[in-house]
Design a protein around this ligand. Structure first.
Ligand SMILES: [Zn+2]
Length: 489
């Protein structure tokens, strides 16, 4: 089963059943997850391959990312999962695919509470295995309630399916008695700014990954490093390392400490320079390989932001208004105005900052309605590969040579699926703006110029600038001069 959502404490976006579009209960989940490279699909494929096992489907729910999950929906889903486990048991093992950074008002540890409730129903004997996103906020409650927690290795995430497989390979071994999983966690007093947390090339997290993989030998059966979703206004949220061994608690702790120490030592290398929109555009215009890519890091929909900022668009109009630029954004009211005006028409409208007015000032514009779309698309790759995304009614506005994709709903960006669904091929543009802090890299070719724009929003990469309320404990990089502190559980 699965219950996946990435929260953001600073985002006003509240998600409930409509946002959990990928949802099924009982037998209906088999057809929903079949053929998708999701973690839950990978896990189920491993379990299905074992003729000794009999599977019982409970529920799958995937809500992407946003601010918070409606407490009613969170409670109802947890209740359904727990009731399903109670009614269909007893079980020898349980597998769940979770993101690990869910936020729901009034709930202090969303995944920890879910796992604790499942454990209370099944007792101590069944093996509970969980696959997690690399940005999971792993807590002691999760570690004590589950036997096996395994995180994605890669960012950008292209290994959800294999992570589900890895978690369930260990689960199968434990069910057959050939593994006694003992898991230990080490928490670090740091958070990694997301744009610096890639595992591509020689990035610092690639070094951590290589170390983690090299330590998976002998009695060490799994190591995971979690850079944690950093926009969690929660004192417990931190970088965490997990190690699972075959029956050796001291070795698990030693292994996790070793990886955590390397993460800490690399911390300065995780900071990638941010630039102003003006500076990024000036340099992008000099780029030889087209398009140059600007990452609107503060307004990353995949990190929970509203996606409605027009700050980078305003800079394009000022500094690159005569060049071919493509931007995407969310503004349901502007879409309705454009639909009423009709394709080919020209209209005056206010654009941007309708969903999160705290983050900037709308633009007053004259634009042409270039085209109208239903907003549906399929992810070609990544953790949602094969899954249909839905931007809702979508229009492309033309402002001179600039094309603005305006969607009714914000959707997770993996590459350029949304642009193509709206008839925009980024290859034909000088500058393309994406609203994410990492996945824009999936668009880059050899020699592409790319820039991380220091933009305002709920997913600002400048962690020290965010309006923290609940984090009293110092953490790097918000507090720069800190000594390493490892907490074990
Ligand atoms: Zn992630």
């Amino acid at each position: 089963m699965s219950f996946e959502f990435e929260g953001n404490s600073f985002s006003p976006k509240v998600c409930g059943r409509p946002e959990f579009g990928f949802y099924a209960e009982g037998e209906a989940m088999w057809s929903l997850i079949a053929g998708n490279p999701l973690a839950v699909s990978g896990g189920v494929d491993v379990l299905r391959a074992d003729p000794a096992l009999q599977l019982t489907p409970i529920l799958v729910a995937q809500g992407g990312s946003g601010g918070t999950v409606e407490p009613e929906f969170y409670r109802a889903t947890v209740d359904k999962i727990v009731a399903g486990v109670r009614e269909h048991g007893p079980f020898d093992g349980i597998y769940l695919a979770l993101h690990g950074a869910m936020v729901s008002p009034g709930v202090t540890d969303a995944e920890g509470e879910l796992l604790e409730q499942i454990r209370a129903v099944v007792g101590s004997a069944p093996v509970i295995a969980v696959s997690l996103d690399l940005h999971a906020n792993v807590t002691p409650k999760m570690v004590s309630a589950a036997n096996i927690l395994v995180g994605y290795q890669n960012y950008p995430h292209d290994d959800a399916y294999t992570t589900g497989q890895r978690a369930c390979d260990l689960l199968v071994r434990a069910l057959h008695g050939s593994l006694t999983p003992v898991m230990r966690m080490v928490r670090l007093n740091m958070l990694v700014p997301v744009p610096g947390g890639s595992t591509l090339g020689n990035a610092p997290l690639a070094e951590v990954k290589a170390l983690a993989r090299s330590l998976e030998t002998g009695a060490v059966v799994s190591t995971s490093y979690f850079t944690c979703q950093p926009w969690l206004d929660d004192d417990a949220a931190a970088n965490v390392v997990l190690a699972i061994t075959d029956g050796d608690a001291a070795l698990a702790t030693h292994t996790a400490r070793r990886i955590a120490t390397v993460m800490w030592d690399l911390r300065e290398a995780f900071v990638v320079p941010l630039v102003t929109a003006q500076r990024a555009i000036e340099q992008a215009l000099q780029a030889v390989v087209k398009p140059a890519v600007l990452a609107d890091t503060g307004d990353s929909v995949g990190a929970g932001s509203s996606g409605d900022s027009v700050d980078v668009l305003a800079a394009l109009l000022r500094y690159a208004g005569d060049r071919k630029c493509a931007v995407s954004m969310v503004d349901p009211g502007a879409v309705q105005q454009a639909l009423a005006s009709g394709a080919g028409s020209t209209l005056q409208l206010q654009l941007g900052h309708a969903l999160d007015p705290r983050q900037g000032t709308p633009l007053q514009l004259q634009a042409e309605v270039v085209s109208i779309h239903d907003g549906k698309f399929h992810y070609r790759a990544g953790p949602s590969a094969g899954v249909q995304g839905n931007m809702g009614a979508t229009v492309v506005l033309g402002i001179g040579s600039i094309r603005v994709l305006v969607a009714s709903n914000g959707t997770y960006e993996y590459a350029d699926e949304q642009f193509h669904a709206a008839g925009i091929d980024p290859a034909g543009f000088d500058i393309v703006v994406l609203k994410n802090g990492m996945n824009f890299r999936n668009l880059l070719q050899d020699g592409s110029a790319w820039f991380l724009v220091d933009s305002a929003g709920s997913s600002s990469a400048n962690l020290a600038a965010l309006p923290w309320k609940n984090r009293s404990t110092p953490f790097w990089p918000r507090e720069a001069a800190l000594a390493m502190r490892l907490t074990e559980a």
